[in-house]
Write a protein that binds this ligand. Structure first.
Ligand code: SF4
Ligand code: SF4
Length: 452
């Protein structure tokens, strides 16, 4: 044994924002009612939007295919309710743009039974069959990334997955979705792990959980099936430990290289709610119809964790839970990485992990921006050792190319830690988001020119 152990089961830097999870982490998951009309954008995952296979006026059953995947980096969309296709038209999305989608009118008197598909047996199915089944079920990262899960699980040639990491960290303040899933869906999680071990070829799985969810760690530990090589690792509480690279460092004490994926160090990371969904759907050959979402914030009356059909309009959700008249901001996702909503006519999508409703008092803190005082707090906060202060100055001069070429801008995964600690209230992460968009656009234009 070495004399010194410098690895403290966590990564370097990071921050400790107030957790604010106490109001919902004790509330069991409740089924949300079906809205009269479900609104489904097709582009609700990273990759090619799915392609509609139904027509206006058609009756569909809950679980039926509405749109098929277009290519490999794409997933299908299934009917979250039984009803009738009212309209195929543009729908509002969180980006502020309209995009093609489906309006599905719910049958109020239907049983809302879910259509069964082709079950997949984890013992006899091949890795390829499991990956196909995961794609067919429309599964994407439910932690918020919405990246098609089957693509992430495909191990590139020449690489090997030694360890499957199940991400139950849920480090975003306010969110308790994964916490409740771990307390209530242990069977789904372990069934999901069985599929995932086979799909990746990993010999073992480790579930990472932060110490503020010790009850979830104890609960899962009690139910680990004897035949499954699964262990649980309780980690110190720190934001943004739920980011893949940080989780790999915390659990395996390995650094994922810049621009690289966890597979570079022999790991694949899957969110725990995504794992549970795989375990819930694949034995029945079903597609995703609903997901668990935390609804909280001082502006909400009936806070809780709800199982909500995908496509439920946000306005309907807020009406049902009741909101303060003085609400001033609504977020989809957590307060650190979520997006402030500018239009309440958008709907819940597969990647929505939380809805936060804040009042004027919550957001009323100073929004005045001051010059950088070179305090270095942002450097101490950045978990991937970027220099947010320097990047911020370059952003002000619109030196986007220099930010990317000499200062690793594209490694920034927009955790917001630098913005959170900045005493001058400089909206660093907002600058970086914009800069990354510009750099990506310029790169795409360059490629187009080369191909002309
Ligand atoms: S937002 Fe980017 S630059 Fe800022 S702390 Fe996070 S990773 Fe670092
Ligand atoms: S935290 Fe803000 S004020 Fe301090 S160095 Fe970074 S950008 Fe400048």
């Amino acid at each position: 044994m070495g004399l010194f152990n410098f690895h403290k089961d966590t990564f370097k830097h990071g921050i400790h924002p107030p957790e604010s999870k106490g109001e919902t982490n004790g509330l069991a998951i409740k089924q949300f009612p079906f809205a009269p009309v479900i609104i489904l954008p097709l582009a609700q995952h990273i990759g090619a939007p799915s392609q509609i296979v139904v027509r206006e006026g058609q009756e569909v059953q809950r679980g039926e295919l509405l749109a098929k995947a277009v290519g490999y980096v794409s997933v299908p969309l299934h009917a979250p309710v039984s009803g009738i296709i009212q309209k195929i038209a543009n729908v509002p999305t969180i980006s502020g743009k309209m995009s093609l989608g489906i309006y599905l009118k719910t049958f109020p008197s239907s049983t809302q039974e879910i259509l069964e598909g082709k079950p997949i047996d984890p013992d006899t199915a091949t890795a390829e069959e499991i990956l196909q089944a995961i794609q067919d079920a429309g599964i994407v990262g439910l932690g918020g990334a919405a990246f098609p899960t089957h693509v992430k699980l495909k191990i590139p040639k020449g690489k090997k997955c030694e360890t499957l990491l199940i991400n139950g960290v849920e480090c975003e303040p306010y969110l308790t979705t994964d916490h409740r899933v771990m307390l209530e869906q242990e069977n789904d999680i372990f069934t999901g792990i069985k599929y995932l071990l086979k799909a990746t070829g990993a010999k073992k799985a480790i579930i990472g959980i932060e110490a503020n969810k010790q009850d979830a760690a104890d609960h899962l530990a009690k139910y680990i099936p004897k035949e499954l090589p699964v262990t649980i690792k309780v980690l110190p509480v720190k934001y943004p430990q739920g980011a893949e690279k940080m989780l790999v460092t915390s659990i395996l004490n390995k650094e994922v290289p810049s621009k690289g994926l966890p597979i570079e160090v022999g790991a694949v990371v899957v969110n725990v709610a995504t794992t549970a969904e795989i375990g819930r759907l694949l034995p029945h050959g079903r597609g995703i119809q609903e997901r668990v979402i935390t609804i909280t914030g001082h502006g909400v009356k009936k806070k809780g964790n709800y199982l909500i059909p995908v496509g439920t309009p946000l306005r309907y959700v807020l009406d049902y839970v009741g909101v303060d008249e003085a609400i001033s901001e609504v977020y989809m996702g957590g307060p650190m990485m979520g997006v402030a909503v500018s239009n309440l006519d958008i709907s819940i999508v597969k990647g929505t992990s939380g809805i936060l409703v804040f009042t004027g008092e919550d957001v009323g803190k100073s929004s005045q921006t001051y010059p950088c005082i070179k305090c270095g707090a942002c450097l101490d906060a950045c978990p991937i050792m970027l220099n947010p202060s320097k990047l911020g100055i370059l952003a002000k001069f619109e030196a986007y190319d220099e930010m990317a070429s000499d200062n690793n801008l594209m490694d920034c995964f927009e955790c917001g830690s630098c913005t959170y600690v900045c005493p001058s209230h400089i909206p660093l992460v907002q600058y970086f988001r914009l800069a990354k968009r510009v750099v990506r656009k310029r790169e795409a234009e360059k490629k187009e020119k080369v191909n002309d």
